[in-house]
Ligand binder design. Structure first.
Ligand code: PMT
Length: 405
């Protein structure tokens, strides 16, 4: 069984008799570690019930383009962006024609048109339909555009004909997908990541904290898994679900984050410090709630916390180190200074302040490394994370190649 660990497969099922094999296909994809979102054409539901596929994939099957509730949750464009690969199996002659012509008449074809993910098509139709000049032209058009056509197989057909047109078996489709998309650019690599805020206790009920929601770091963890990495996420206190396939370690304070990072860093190939770590903590934490006692001012002595990312970067055997810089002004100059004094391979700088960076759903980054820079425009954090991971992989690969030669 190939590994599709962390891969997001959008499985399109169209109206052929082989649609019943969609259940087995979905089961094998899930078994291979993929996250599977099924999209069915309306007629496909005549051949297999959406509930069966929902039970197998643990995701509600999407069927309609005009579904207000679903569009509000994950619209068709988000669905198109979500997929690492779109697989249509079985693909009827009709859907192949629609793909060739670029029509967007239902949810599945609209998603295909809107998606930049690779498209894999497993045709299934009567042998005469497969041999028809129109289908041949349509298939040729898809092949020219880089679409992967898996099959069809030859043999006895449901209609009694014998010839090419049977959908290849689900196990072969999963093998083909594994060969093309298994692994990912970080397959076999271990990534350690911090995210969210830290809390520095003042007394049993109060703490010093910050506005980090963890959204940026959690999106990164998700994107890293999508590239096949083994991810350990050291998270400050945030109200976010753990991304699929991620090992999560929850901490509160900067010292706890430091300890958790150092418990895992020896195994890491890449360390990414996205957490907003408190630079200071209270010198003495009161063991009882601090009372006002009629005083108008309160003085708290603060002491420096260890700098986690700088400490990791100073290790003799160190992972590739990526830091973040949260700046309100002069972003590039401060970020580059931080990159140098902390000894980082790369830094991702973001402007923070009113409705920027912290807590927001969108973000923009200026990524700096020795001799290079790239600005990533304002966009939803999950997309931004995917772009940042691509940059990290490029720089990490370049460094690894240089060290090996
Ligand atoms: O969580 P969100 O709401 O999605 O917001 C995302 C974010 C704005 C928090 C994120 O994009 C970000 O900028 N994170 C870093 C915030 C920060 O603390 O920046 P800094 O400039 O203070 O620190 C520089 C780097 O040193 C960071 O990589 C930080 O993790 C690290 N650091 C800082 C202090 C410390 N004691 N240890 C550290 O490792």
């Amino acid at each position: 069984m190939p590994s599709l660990r962390g891969r997001r497969v959008l499985l399109g099922i169209t109206a052929g008799i082989a649609a019943y094999k969609g259940a087995e296909l979905a089961r094998l994809l899930v078994k291979a570690g993929a996250e599977v979102q099924v999209v069915m054409t309306p007629s496909a539901t005549e051949f297999i019930g959406p509930l069966t596929l929902q039970a197998i994939t643990a995701r509600e099957v999407r069927q309609s383009l005009f579904d207000a509730a679903h569009e509000a949750a994950m619209g068709h464009i988000e669905l198109a962006r979500w997929a690492d690969v779109v697989l249509i199996a079985p693909a009827t002659a009709d859907v192949i024609a629609q793909l060739a012509w670029g029509t967007a008449r239902d949810l599945l074809t609209t998603v295909c048109l809107a998606s930049e993910a690779p498209l894999v098509v497993a045709p299934a139709m009567n042998q005469a339909m497969w041999r028809h000049a129109a289908t041949r032209d349509n298939v040729a058009a898809l092949l020219r555009r880089g679409v992967d056509i898996v099959g069809p197989a030859e043999g006895e057909q449901a209609c009694g004909d014998v010839g090419p047109g049977r959908m290849v078996e689900p196990v072969e489709i999963v093998a083909a997908l594994g060969a093309r998309f298994g692994g990912g650019r970080l397959a076999g690599r271990r990534v350690l990541l911090t995210a969210g805020p830290t809390r520095e206790a003042l007394d049993p009920v109060r703490f010093l904290g910050n506005r980090s929601s963890g959204k940026m770091g959690f999106a990164l963890a998700d994107a890293l898994v999508g590239q096949g990495a083994d991810v350990v996420l050291v998270a400050g206190p945030v109200a976010l679900p753990t991304p699929r396939g991620v090992e999560r370690v929850d901490v509160e304070s900067a010292q706890q984050m430091y300890d958790a990072v150092f418990a895992h860093v020896a195994q890491a190939d890449i360390f990414i410090a996205c957490a907003a770590v408190a630079d200071y903590r209270a010198a003495n934490v009161a063991d009882k709630k601090i009372k006002k006692d009629g005083t108008e001012t309160l003085t708290v002595e603060l002491v420096r916390n260890p700098d986690i990312v700088a400490s990791v970067a100073a290790l003799p055997q160190r992972p590739f180190c990526v830091g973040f810089a949260a700046e309100t002004d002069d972003v590039e100059a401060y970020a580059e200074h931080k990159r140098r004094i902390k000894g980082l391979d790369m830094i991702a700088a973001n402007q923070v302040g009113a409705a920027l960076g912290f807590e927001a759903d969108d973000n923009a980054l200026l990524v700096l490394w020795e001799g290079g820079r790239e600005a990533l425009e304002n966009q939803p954090k999950p997309r931004l994370a995917t772009r940042l991971v691509d940059l990290i992989v490029e720089r990490f690969d370049a460094q690894t190649t240089a060290q090996d030669s």
